[in-house]
Design a protein around this ligand. Structure first.
Ligand code: UGA
Length: 444
């Protein structure tokens, strides 16, 4: 079975590498000629653990190739995956321009029966639009005789563990409207479905909604915990005890109940917003999802509020060391990252930021360029030099262990703002450091 994947973003590229690793002949199509050239040389444009190796190895073995030539792409695959971006419009709904453009391209070049699989995260009903687009183009070509199926196959990988998630998925959701499409997708995924049945087949609209429901449920868990953390602060409770207490109930579980500085990344913020817009469009008030989004927007300023409470409204002349720019560890992605909201608020109040991140420094430089109030530091210790206080934003392992005595000697004021509840308040207190965490009060 030969596979064509349109779009070499996170989802498309990882899935392509994983399919090639399983032995399939994969051709990726992207409009970005520079990116295609780099990928063809084995250069992976994003930081993602374990991705470089399968891209290089399968590239060398001729199983994974890249092109800008859409006609060649369509001719190659028995299955055509659409994995292009669906960025938010001005009003937050998913922009389908790229998805529908690929559908049109496939219909323009196909000359045999094919299966079109939508992997991009798309609003419910998009596969119907893809189908309509293909019907329209085939009719315009006078080739309405050509048979095709459209299926939905959302992706559930996480940045930072994308290759592992894709290689050993929890579940494989396939939304289909025909037996032919289901059988072909079952055959395609057979190598990933060995130890237990992971394929869950359903109708297309349910598959599309499953993707949003999963991300929105996870975002809801996080916003819920952040809300309780705010209550814990005000009620004199410690959210870490509460987290342990409730996570022990298997109906709740320990996963995804870590309070922090708000969720970021390319998925949760966008998908929560898009589902709210979908609901609006059909006249339904998605009140819970709106609150999830609202809580998250406020949570990104949580640390900033603590900083102002400590240092006052004017931060002119102050310098803050900031550890962690990426929206989560093991990625260089800064899309919707809480670090951005925090840095921008600090700058607006007149402060300078000395930032460090194990992988996202180039991305930060790309976003903000050179500015006098941002100093990108090569090491975490360098970021501390001359700083009034430390802010931990992303819980990279490299920040887990700190020497409180060194901190006290280096920082102008012995204050740490811990946005991920990594450090032990009792130990900080013993060393005379003021530690502000999330939902743990300020009593230490
Ligand atoms: C998320 C989902 O977890 C994936 O299943 C999904 O496939 C993906 O979106 C997608 O739609 O493509 P991702 O955004 O890469 O994956 O990262 P997560 O590990 O889910 O983290 C998202 C955000 O939630 C991060 O900012 C993280 O810091 C935050 N988070 C996570 C918390 O604040 N608390 C938690 O307990 C867990």
């Amino acid at each position: 079975m030969r596979i064509t994947i349109f779009g070499t973003g996170y989802v498309g590229l990882v899935q392509a590498a994983v399919f090639a690793e399983a032995g399939y002949q994969v051709l990726c199509v992207d409009v970005d000629a520079d990116k295609v050239a780099r990928l063809a040389r084995g250069e992976v444009p994003i930081y993602e653990p374990d991705l470089q190796h399968p891209v290089v190895e399968n590239g060398a073995a001729g199983r994974l190739r890249f092109t800008t030539d859409a006609a060649r792409g369509v001719a190659h695959g028995d299955i055509q995956f659409i994995a292009v971006g669906t960025p938010p419009d001005e009003d937050g709904s998913a922009d389908l321009t790229y998805v529908l453009a690929v559908a049109d391209t496939i219909a323009t070049h196909m000359d045999t029966e094919t299966l079109v699989v939508v992997k991009s995260t798309v609003p419910v009903g998009t596969s119907d639009k893809v189908r309509a687009k293909i019907v329209e183009r085939l009719a315009a070509r006078g080739r309405s005789d050509l048979q095709f199926d459209v299926a939905s196959n959302p992706e559930f990988l996480k940045e930072g563990s994308a290759v592992a998630d894709c290689t050993r998925p929890d579940r494989i959701i396939i939304g289909v409207a025909s037996r032919r499409a289901e059988e072909r997708l079952r055959e395609l995924y057979a190598p990933f479905n060995r130890n237990r049945e992971k394929i869950i087949a359903m109708d297309i609209r349910s598959a599309e909604l499953t993707k949003y429901a999963a991300n929105c449920m996870l975002a809801t868990k996080i916003s819920f915990m952040n809300e309780i953390a705010n209550l814990a602060d005000r009620l004199g409770a410690d959210i870490e005890h509460v987290r342990h207490g409730i996570g022990s109930d298997p109906r709740i579980g320990y996963n995804f109940i870590y309070p922090g500085v708000g969720y970021g990344g390319s998925c949760f913020p966008k998908d929560v917003q898009a589902l709210i817009r979908t609901a609006d469009q059909i006249g339904f008030d998605a009140a819970l999802l709106k609150s999830v989004e609202e809580r998250n927007n406020r949570q990104k300023s949580y640390i900033v509020d603590k900083i102002h409470a400590h240092f006052g409204p004017d931060l002119g002349g102050r310098t803050f060391a900031l550890w962690g720019l990426a929206f989560k560890p093991n990625t260089d992605d800064m899309r919707e990252a809480p670090s951005r909201v925090i840095m921008e608020a600090l700058w607006a109040a007149g402060a300078t930021v000395r930032a460090h991140d194990p992988k996202a420094m180039e991305e930060c430089q790309r976003i903000y360029g050179d500015r006098p109030d941002l100093v990108l530091c090569d090491t975490r210790d360098e970021a501390l030099q001359g700083a009034d206080a430390l802010i931990l934003v992303t819980e990279w392992k490299a920040y887990n262990i700190i020497d409180f005595d060194d901190m006290k000697a280096t920082l102008k004021q012995p204050v740490i703002f811990d946005g991920r509840n990594v450090y032990d308040p009792a130990a900080a207190k013993r060393h005379g450091i003021t530690l502000y965490a999330v939902g743990r009060g300020t009593r230490n």
